[in-house]
Design a protein around this ligand. Sequence first.
Ligand code: NAG
Ligand code: NAG
Ligand code: NAG
Ligand code: NAG
Ligand code: NAG
Ligand code: NAG
Length: 550
Amino acid sequence: MKGIMWHLVVSIICVVAIVGSAEDPYRFFTWNITYGDISPLGVPQQGILINGQFPGPDIYSVTNDNIIINVFNNLPEPFLLSWNGIQQRKNSFEDGVFGTTCPIPPGKNFTYKMQMKDQIGSFYYFPSLAFHKAAGGFGGFRILSRPGIPVPFPEPAGDITVLIGDWYKTNHKVLQSILDKGKMLMSPDGILINGRGSNDSRFTVEPGKTYRLRISNVGIRDSLNFRIEGHSMKLVEVEGTHTMQTTITSLDVHVGQSYSVLVTADQPPQDYYIAVSTRFSTKLLTTTAVLHYTNSAKPVSGPPPPGPTDLPFSLNQARSIRTNLTASGPRPNPQGSYHYGKINVTRTIILASTAGIVNGKQRYAVNGISFIPPDTPMKLADYFNISGVFRVGSISDNPPLGNGINLDTSVMGADYRAFVEIVFENRENIVQSWHLDGYAFFLVGMDGGTWTSDSRKQYNLVDAVSRSTTQVYPNSWTAVYVALDNVGMWNIRSEYWARQYLGQQYYLRVYTPVKSVRDEYPIPSNALLCGRAQGIKKKHPLLITNTLTF
Ligand SMILES: *[C@@H]1O[C@H](CO)[C@@H](O)[C@H](O)[C@H]1NC(C)=O
Ligand SMILES: *[C@@H]1O[C@H](CO)[C@@H](O)[C@H](O)[C@H]1NC(C)=O
Ligand SMILES: *[C@@H]1O[C@H](CO)[C@@H](O)[C@H](O)[C@H]1NC(C)=O
Ligand SMILES: *[C@@H]1O[C@H](CO)[C@@H](O)[C@H](O)[C@H]1NC(C)=O
Ligand SMILES: *[C@@H]1O[C@H](CO)[C@@H](O)[C@H](O)[C@H]1NC(C)=O
Ligand SMILES: *[C@@H]1O[C@H](CO)[C@@H](O)[C@H](O)[C@H]1NC(C)=O
């Protein structure tokens, strides 16, 4: 865990087995989840380790690979991993959030079986239960293009995961108990870069060479600005979309988001600061890492470069990120051949988030409903026809008139193959970040003020990026288009983790009455059963054996 160097980070951790030539390759991982001592901010604390590592190992994969991860939970409590941005086509059972997947009991294991179907890009995984995310258990997850499918820039000399995120010195269970008591969380204590505090990570580069950095904000709350002293960066990819390559000097990465930039070691040979600092936060936190030239003549010194402080910088940068329509995506045909701007919207969903007190406790809501998890994952209740777990329509397409908040297990119904417009309204004074599982959406617009149908006139209907996490600026709106072509139960959540924990999330049930494995896979043969789904195997022995063999 000491001295993370680029060549170490890129070493392959998994065993690769090719099963048959016609079939897509399999990659197998065995992960041991434990608690262990870490002290990223100089104070010893309890962290969640994967095979002894904090952060966890990177997952390397190629489009269409099958990824088989056997997760052994050696924590004294239930545990689940989820996969931010991995679409789990037809397979929400593997999504690893409580609405779809039973927790792995302490001392037990569960094998995730997922296919990287038609995806490329930079993502990450994280622990989805309790407040585990504040203890670690996260790591990078990349999907490379298949051989022969062109990537719109030369092969970099190195391809490096850079996980940035805010961090608390307080134990995650203490943080969770603050939230359970209905209190707000205090501000984070610092920022980590690949699990380490200031000056503690070192990235070694050879002069003249170009490196790809895959930057993900795996934190709990704060938007972060990323920059490298004396160097510009070329933005090339956003959550699976190759972008029009633009040169930037700093990049705002909102919580839950992932970006790839290219950096060339083209400056005089010395060490440079990599600086990451909070944005839109009352407390300005900054942490640094070191970009070290192999022939460096001088260590870093003095203060790190300051970041931007204004909001327009961020909004303008966000709006300038466009899809490169001539670049290949997961398939060789250019992504531009899919004209999302010419499809008729069949439904508009307006989501407004609120904060308020319910029964004397702090809660967060979307469209007036603060989500409470049921005793049984909704996906399993749906599959086994267990009634009384959730009600489709328990959250509506529009914000309520008042600011009242109700508690419910909120599930919104949607038709398979509908083409939907979702508008995120932010009436609060903070930056929000929203994520949709199971999909990438086209980010067609964002602006200040209140969204009206007139706002559609400024939508980008030509080359908006397709991604799965978007920020919503204070007192502003963000609009996305999404083709609901993935049947399942999909979490839509605030990536601001205290808000997610206290109810700012719900599930979108993308449904078709036709039961066919062409549209959705059956429940995996190894699925854990819990709550009211427990014991159902005995009652319906044939149900579970009729499954796909992976
Ligand atoms: C996981 O790690 C713990 C602690 O190091 C060890 O006791 C246990 O045997 C490991 N389990 C597996 C499956 O490797
Ligand atoms: C637990 O691991 C064993 C192999 O050690 C595997 O056969 C079994 O399927 C795993 N359990 C689940 C629920 O995936
Ligand atoms: C990082 O190192 C530089 C140069 O040695 C020093 O000036 C700076 O104070 C250090 N920062 C921290 C937070 O340790
Ligand atoms: C767009 O992608 C093409 C590859 O198809 C590449 O040649 C071109 O440089 C890219 N343009 C920009 C602005 O990124
Ligand atoms: C969209 O709607 C318009 C007006 O109702 C109709 O003329 C057009 O054919 C529709 N386009 C598609 C692609 O369905
Ligand atoms: C659930 O109900 C549907 C429709 O009534 C039926 O087609 C399906 O077989 C049932 N599933 C189970 C697991 O009983």
